[in-house]
Design a protein around this ligand. Structure first.
Ligand SMILES: [Zn+2]
Length: 273
């Protein structure tokens, strides 16, 4: 399972990325319950969506919104130095959802996740489960104080780490293997409007990754690719979250997800077949 944060359906289709599109694919609208509000902006919020994905529960049942996001993020932002040149960057970081002092993880969740239900399972840096908080602190520091070049370098370094971990784990024994990549989201925020060609490189890299993984696997498992939301232009010239998610699978099936919580029971079904 590939969890590709911020992968935009419209771009995958426009750029005809056949390994990401797979046999069956679609666009899924996100309900209001997955948004958070930043002044005039209302955007789908990454930790809320992935928590619903891995628990199969709507936001009001897992409470990630009220406990971990709202209050703390706003407090934290208020404490940041108000310097106009970083205003946009702060906004981007906020949209990325990485300004929290702590990212929600399995220790904070009081409910079972898909990784508790399916055994053996492997979760590689899954958002809302075991994502590397330290890495995101490094990234936000780089964006605020060391410039975009450094930020992008760190993002690619992070990408390669995840890719390596994925390949290292492929041959192990698992029923469910899930890997989370943040790069399409992180690059989308800074390049979507002004440098789409840079973003296209990111998408192509992810497309190639899916191809390489398929080639490496001896058996033919079900491959599910999911995003939590897509990306669209924001009035300030950056990218912001679009209100629909992407999904694709490599098998013929009548099943189609209508909402983010539909994946959990279906993945359990697939894994027990
Ligand atoms: Zn996201």
């Amino acid at each position: 399972m590939f969890a590709l944060d911020g992968l935009e359906y419209d771009l995958v289709v426009k750029w005809k990325l056949k390994h990401l599109l797979q046999r069956k694919y679609g666009k899924m609208d996100l309900g209001e319950e997955y948004y958070h509000k930043v002044k005039d902006e209302k955007v789908p919020y990454t930790p809320i969506i992935w928590t619903s994905f891995i628990t199969g529960l709507p936001p009001e049942k897992h409470n990630v919104r009220s406990i971990w996001t709202y209050g703390r993020v706003l407090d934290f932002i208020r404490k940041l130095p108000v310097i106009s040149w970083i205003k946009n960057k702060r906004k981007i970081l906020y949209r990325l959802g990485i300004l929290e002092p702590k990212i929600v993880s399995k220790e904070n969740l009081k409910v079972k996740t898909i990784f508790d239900v399916i055994k053996p399972s492997i979760a590689i840096r899954m958002m809302a489960y075991n994502e590397d908080t330290e890495q995101w602190r490094k990234l936000s520091k780089a964006m605020l104080f060391e410039g975009l070049k450094k930020y992008e370098e760190l993002l690619w370094e992070d990408y390669r780490k995840r890719e390596k971990e994925l390949f290292d784990n492929l041959c192990r024994d698992w029923k469910l293997l899930a890997v989370y990549f943040r790069i399409a989201d992180a690059m989308g925020h800074i390049h979507f409007v002004k440098r789409p060609h840079v973003l296209r490189r990111v998408y192509r890299r992810l497309d190639t990754l899916v191809y390489k993984v398929k080639k490496r696997l001896d058996e033919k498992p079900i491959i599910l690719i999911v995003s939590d939301h897509g990306m669209e232009a924001a009035p300030d010239g950056t990218g912001t979250h679009s209100r629909h998610a992407f999904w694709s699978i490599n098998i013929d099936t009548d099943w189609e997800p209508k909402k983010i919580t539909d994946f959990f029971p279906q993945i359990v079904r697939w894994c027990s077949e």
